[in-house]
Design a protein around this ligand. Structure first.
Ligand SMILES: NC(=O)c1ccc[n+]([C@@H]2O[C@H](COP(=O)([O-])OP(=O)(O)OC[C@H]3O[C@@H](n4cnc5c(N)ncnc54)[C@H](OP(=O)(O)O)[C@@H]3O)[C@@H](O)[C@H]2O)c1
Length: 314
């Protein structure tokens, strides 16, 4: 793993690749495809820490709090306070339609902290914008949470460039930097390169955190038209789509071979790091965590990035 990088303009430093824990709390109804046990999750955490990953992303919505509970268990077991094991914990507030007043945010954060077993988190993010509540309401609410010592920093997620700039401005007035904007970004979805989000992140010194960096497993190359992903993913990963990405996967395999046999997943994650964003792949077992942690410490070269860019455009 490479040296830690700053989380935006905060004094927090994180590993260049994090770990997403959405599927940890997966439940049958909303299943992504339950292919893991709680034991697997603990091993994924252990291998991530051993591989140099220290940035963990969860949310109150993931498994209705179960992902936070599992992350809390892992922290107590393998990185308890005072152990010196570096961990940066990020969770998220869901601005659901019934949450209309700013006090809802601190209440939700206290519930997340109880599930995580922590006195404060390192990054508290607004999970998505909600049109009925103006951006400044949640920005001020999360600034209150910083002042109450419940979070060290503030992030947003799924915010447009304009919404992010608005949140940034409100927080600046409170003397708090906007640390990050967490957005979908990977070789099969490069919208943020065109809609001003990445550009605004660079201009404002806000970290871009890339979610679903493996396109929910598609960029690992293990799913094909004959072997579609389990769970609800099979509805978005139809055979035609899986067929159309095979040339890109072929190029990723070729590029990986030139780097001591890196896997397509590792090439996909390295491409994001090269673009200046922080990928947070979801890993559900030791093998996946180990593979994802080894996706840095080396770099794709400019010609490889250009070839991947071109192929992903097609
Ligand atoms: N802010 C938001 O709105 C938002 C939205 C979505 C996600 N997120 C965050 O981003 C994180 C990651 O996104 P994601 O889970 O949607 O997608 P992802 O990271 O692109 O894909 C994760 C899935 O790919 C498979 N996988 C992971 N590593 C692998 C490896 N090395 N080899 C083979 N298969 C591997 C696993 O599923 P299988 O083994 O079952 O295929 C895993 O669950 C989430 O956990 C969450 O923290 C945030």
């Amino acid at each position: 793993m490479e040296d830690p990088i700053p989380l935006g303009k905060t004094n927090i430093r994180i590993s260049p690749i994090g770990l997403g824990t959405w599927q940890w709390g997966d439940r049958a109804m909303w299943s992504y495809g339950i292919t893991h046990t709680d034991r697997d999750i603990h091993e994924a955490f252990r291998k991530s820490i051993e591989g140099g990953i220290d940035f963990f992303d969860t949310a109150e919505l993931y498994g209705k709090g179960r992902s936070e509970v599992l992350l809390g268990e892992c922290l107590r077991e393998m990185a308890p306070a005072g152990s010196g094991v570096p961990v940066v914990v990020a969770t998220k507030f869901a601005p659901l339609p019934f949450r209309l007043r700013k006090g809802a945010l601190v209440r939700a954060l206290r519930s997340s902290l109880a599930r995580l077993g922590l006195a404060r988190v390192d990054l508290y993010q607004i999970h998505f914008p909600f049109s009925l509540v103006p951006v400044p309401v949640w920005a001020n609410a999360v600034a209150d949470a910083v002042e109450a010592g419940l979070t060290r920093s503030v992030g947003v997620s799924n915010y447009s460039a304009a919404q992010m700039r608005q949140a940034h401005e409100v927080l600046s007035r409170r003397g708090i930097p906007l640390a990050s904007n967490q957005v979908e970004y990977h070789l099969l979805n490069r919208k943020v390169e065109r809609n001003g989000v990445l550009q605004s992140c660079r201009e404002l010194g806000v970290a871009s955190i890339a979610y679903s960096p493996l396109a929910k497993g598609l960029l690992t190359g293990k799913y094909t038209p004959e072997n579609r992903p389990p769970g609800l993913r099979k509805y978005t990963a139809r055979s035609g789509r899986l067929r159309s990405i095979q040339p890109l996967l072929g190029l990723m395999r070729e590029v990986g071979q030139a780097h001591q046999g890196k896997s397509p997943a590792q090439v996909a994650l390295n491409w994001i790091v090269c673009k200046g964003a922080v990928p947070i792949p979801g890993a559900k077992n030791a093998h996946q965590a180990q593979e994802n942690a080894a996706a840095t410490g080396w770099r794709l070269d400019a010609a490889e990035i250009a070839a991947l860019d071109e192929m992903s455009r097609r």
